[in-house]
Design a protein around this ligand. Structure first.
Ligand SMILES: *Cc1c(COP(=O)(O)O)cnc(C)c1O
Length: 384
């Protein structure tokens, strides 16, 4: 095999993004300013439903701001999935609260709503579902549980642009806060960046203030408002989480391509589905009927009849020049979470099994049909 190595993920950056970034650089305004304001307005319009969009420098920052705005404090419990990236849970610890990890539903690979209901205690304040791989969690059931127990819901939508749930775009559902990621390998990218979305004006106001040092007006307003003012007030010990105009310049154009990117990813997923139909491979969960799957990830599961182990399978793909990954090493296996909360694999049988038998194949807009065919051929070879 002397074909070049196929990376697991690559962003698609066009001339439009490059020109907009250059225009930000030439404008003299490189931190949060007009491009960020435009990106926020465009993002709110893209989602619709009367949401406010607040741009931040990562989804992790947005998740932290969201949970802070919901008033989570030391001693509180927040229920989330073990089958996620550590960012989902670490922000709970930032606030001194405790995550309560639950297993995922094998049908969706998203948080198991029955397990959520069983994990509620008098200390429970909020739930953080993850739309794993871009397939929506069962939000109707989850929101019903939350309402019944008076709990707040913040969606980790790092994978979910654009994803729909019961026909509505994630970001416009009846949760309190939704946070998207624009990290380099996500469905749209600003290099680093994120967007906090909410319909709750109190949450929006708090997140805006805490995004920039707890100052009650942002830098752009201070220096460019009609009545320029040197005066500002610090109302809380805030954070430094604002998005730069350089990043927002990329975001403006990436967002315009979000639907086209989704279609491209869905085509690749359909090619994989068809190619693997007769193989001992379990394809990733489809979205519910009529809903959009963002196809951020394409996670395959090796059937029990496959004798080669998952790790060896990945090695065989690498040997053929195919990059792949594992989503995720569940949090119950990570030393910090495992030791702090005394977690064991038998507490999370579905997640544990998925971890042991799954891998993620490349799925991104720059992949041609020829490249997809190359991955399929490598998978067949690795099964042999
Ligand atoms: C990528 C990711 C995050 C963190 O996003 P950043 O923008 O890198 O902070 C959070 N949760 C999940 C599930 C992710 O995949």
């Amino acid at each position: 095999m002397n074909q070049s190595f196929l990376p697991f993920a690559l962003p698609e950056i066009g001339e439009e993004e490059i020109a907009e970034v250059v225009s930000a650089l030439r404008s003299g305004w490189v931190t949060t300013g007009p491009k960020t304001k435009q990106f926020e307005a465009d993002f709110a319009e893209f989602l619709g439903g009367g949401v406010e969009a607040i741009a931040v420098n990562s989804a992790t920052a947005g998740l932290h701001l969201g949970l802070e705005a919901l008033g989570i404090e030391p001693g509180d419990e927040v229920i989330t999935t073990t089958h996620t990236f550590t960012a989902t849970a670490e922000i709970i610890r930032y606030l001194g609260a405790d995550p309560v990890f639950v297993d995922v539903d094998a049908k969706t690979l998203c948080i198991d709503v029955a397990a959520v209901a069983a994990a509620i205690t008098p200390r429970t304040k909020a739930i953080i579902p993850v739309h794993f791989g871009g397939r929506a969690a069962d939000m109707d059931a989850l929101l019903a549980v939350a309402r019944k127990h008076g709990l707040r819901v913040m969606e980790d939508a790092a994978h979910a642009l654009p994803t729909t749930c019961s026909g509505k775009l994630v970001g416009t559902l009846d949760s309190d806060v939704t946070v998207f990621s624009f990290y380099a390998n996500k469905t749209i990218t600003t290099g680093e960046g994120g967007m906090l979305v909410t319909r709750n004006p109190e949450v929006a106001k708090r997140a805006r203030v805490m995004r920039l040092h707890g100052i009650n007006r942002d830098a752009f307003d201070r220096f460019t408002a009609k009545a320029p003012s040197w005066h500002y007030e610090v109302v809380a010990p805030g954070f430094k989480y604002n998005m730069t105009d350089i990043a927002a310049s990329m975001g403006i154009h990436q967002l315009r391509k979000a639907n086209a990117f989704q279609q491209k990813r869905a085509q690749i997923a359909a090619l994989y589905d068809a190619a693997f139909a007769d193989l001992p491979i379990i394809c990733p969960p489809q979205s519910a009927k009529g809903d959009v799957h963002s196809w951020h990830l394409y996670v395959i599961q090796l059937d029990d009849s496959v004798t080669v182990g998952r790790d060896q399978f990945i090695e065989r793909l690498y040997a053929q020049g195919i990059g792949c990954s594992v989503h995720y090493i569940p949090l119950h296996l990570q030393p910090y979470w495992r030791d702090t909360y005394k977690l064991t694999p038998d507490m999370f049988p579905v997640s544990q099994r998925i971890y042991e038998r799954t891998l993620s194949l490349p799925i991104y807009t720059l992949m041609t049909e020829t490249v997809v065919a190359r991955v399929v051929a490598a998978v067949k070879e690795a099964l042999r």
